[in-house]
Ligand binder design. Structure first.
Ligand SMILES: Cc1cc2nc3c(=O)[nH]c(=O)nc-3n(C[C@H](O)[C@H](O)[C@H](O)COP(=O)(O)OP(=O)(O)OC[C@H]3O[C@@H](n4cnc5c(N)ncnc54)[C@H](O)[C@@H]3O)c2cc1C
Length: 285
């Protein structure tokens, strides 16, 4: 099918983009970023926005740089930008490793980091990264600019604190410590498909003990989150089979799994236990 008719607006400044989305959002007008989620939805006529505010020419939204220990990711930064080290140290390597799990190469060259956060698919890798790293999301509207901590951002499946008249102009990710290690493991039925579940871990090892453990899940619940009960087990423990097994068991038990026609909650719970173990093993490597 083809999309329903729409009017395409192509502002060049953030002020014009904000003004346009303020005007058209009440009529279901939408921001167009990479179009890799919105356009298929429009083609299926699951969405019929009469106005699209295309932000691909908006100046200043393409920045990808570290400022005061935070990686600033502008609204035009594509998934593919993370292929080379986009940030110093383990943060760049971690983001690169995660990016390789997102869709296929052509989609990665168009789809944007911030578009993924705005779309908030439960299985979005970038949403899981944002939750794991305690990202700050910067939203702009006619009312000005506000910063949304990620813990206040995700509300339900594909539902966020972003208002329809707001543009997510930037995501800010705190950098990992220079000696941080990471693990990422997801499962999807075919390469490039959305994941059924994923586990993410970052930690440091100091004098043989785990420090600053972060553990997150994605794809398995309505939206991604850190699991504090798993982090409590990891922090202070000696890395190895025993703590990995216990932490993976607790991760599975803590889950409030999504269920759908083909994937039961019990299956997702088992999957999280296995994926957590594999992610922990990567930390050892
Ligand atoms: C075959 C296929 C496989 C895919 N597999 C994966 C996958 O494995 N993992 C994954 O994470 N994604 C996957 N995707 C989705 C892809 O990553 C999209 O790029 C991403 O979800 C949305 O980014 P976008 O820039 O394309 O946003 P768009 O499609 O342009 O927009 C998506 C939604 O977000 C809104 N929006 C976009 N940017 C902003 C902004 N800056 N401020 C406010 N609202 C905004 C739009 O209005 C729209 O409602 C897949 C897509 C396809 C087609």
């Amino acid at each position: 099918m083809k999309p329903a008719p729409f009017i395409h607006h192509k502002p060049r400044t953030i002020e014009d983009a904000v003004r346009l989305i303020a005007e058209f959002a009440p009529d279901d007008g939408r921001i167009l970023a990479g179009g890799q989620s919105l356009v298929p939805i429009m083609a299926f006529r699951m969405a019929k926005p009469p106005h699209l505010v295309d932000i691909n020419d908006v100046a200043g939204l393409d920045r990808l740089e570290v400022v005061d220990g935070m990686l600033h990711v502008g609204a035009r930064v594509r998934h593919a930008a993370f292929r080379q080290n986009a940030a110093p140290g383990p943060t760049g390597a971690f983001l690169g490793a995660v990016m390789r799990n997102i869709a296929h190469h052509p989609i990665r060259t168009r789809g944007t980091f911030c578009g993924s956060l705005a779309h908030a698919d439960p299985a979005s890798e970038w949403c899981a990264v944002a939750a794991l790293l305690d990202a700050v999301l910067v939203a702009r509207s006619l009312d000005g600019q506000r910063e949304i901590p990620v813990r206040d951002y995700f509300e339900a499946v594909m539902t966020t604190a972003l208002r329809p008249d707001e543009i997510l102009v930037e995501a800010r990710l705190p950098l990992l410590a220079p000696d941080a290690r990471f693990g990422f493991c997801e499962f999807s039925r075919r390469s490039g498909d959305f994941a059924i579940a994923m586990c993410l871990v970052t930690l440091r090892v100091e004098q043989g003990r785990i420090r600053d453990a972060r553990f997150g899940i994605g794809g398995a619940e309505a939206f991604p989150r850190r699991l504090a009960e798993v982090e409590a087990i990891l922090d202070g423990a000696t890395p190895g089979e025993t703590v990995w097994a216990e932490a993976a068991r607790v991760a599975a038990a803590a889950l409030d799994p999504l269920e759908d026609a083909v994937t039961s909650g019990a299956y997702r719970r088992d999957l999280v236990q296995s994926l957590a173990l594999r992610a922990f093993k990567q930390v050892e490597a």
